[in-house]
Design a binder for this molecule. Sequence first.
Ligand SMILES: C[S@@+](CC[C@H](N)C(=O)[O-])C[C@H]1O[C@@H](n2cnc3c(N)ncnc32)[C@H](O)[C@@H]1O
Length: 280
Amino acid sequence: MGKGKHKHRQHGTERTTMAERADPHDLYQRSVQDVETEINFVDEVYEELRDRPARSLREDFSGTAGTSCEWVGRREDNVAWAVDLDETTLEWGRQHNLSKLSPDALARVHLIHGDVLTATTPGMDILLAMNFSYWIFKTRDELRSYFEAARSNLDDDGILFLDCFGGYEAYQEMKESRKCDGFKYIWDQAEYNPITGDMTCKIHFRFPDASRINDAFTYHWRLWSLPELRELLVEAGFSQVDVYWEGDDEDDPDEGSGEYEATLQGEADAGWIVYIVAQK
Ligand SMILES: C[S@@+](CC[C@H](N)C(=O)[O-])C[C@H]1O[C@@H](n2cnc3c(N)ncnc32)[C@H](O)[C@@H]1O
């Protein structure tokens, strides 16, 4: 978790820095997550593939359950289950995200403090594992077991949605920063081991007063490739696995359009992010 750094002494009195006053979960939600866009995508694709709107959604590795809250707010019969191992993070979600829901929507979201491998839920229309969280599983056997568990928690016509990033920059140890409202977000690909595929990524935050939160979040992952993931999903029993690739912006081919289409033809870009859609 983030550690607030440095205090500035001003006229002999100690003042708190912006980093000390900031909340890493709040910063994460504002810089990393875009739950509206994510839910727009899964909602549209489900309806396109199944010819009816989805109703139930399970969010694995849910963190603060922001996506589940977005889901139950969309339609009045939507229900969501959010699963995370970390009770402190779930509690943050209760206090800051669930607390903003109407009593009716609140009754339709369920937080499960548990392991995604073993937490069982009713058969879902949609199961989500976003922001690459499933990369904590570092062997084919472990990841296949997770995909089998996910499949078993889907209804007969349920759909698993994952995201994945890659491109030649994914193999580089490098940092990139982005300006957000009131702070800077820094993505740090701190270590990559080409022999095992192990990578360590970190998120840091910097503030206008020069204070910072280093290592606010650290991830120990395996950098999986799309062919490996497609094969493992089929081995886990999914009947159809599609990669949704982002189209190009009409005015600037170096920018994405925000529209994703199922395709077997990607591009050798420096960095890409895709959705993987696996039908039970
Ligand atoms: C990168 S965060 C994901 C947050 C959110 N899904 C998103 O899209 O931004 C990863 C979360 O996975 C949780 N986690 C890690 N291993 C888990 C497991 N085996 N079962 C359930 N949750 C797990 C961590 O506690 C952490 O909150």
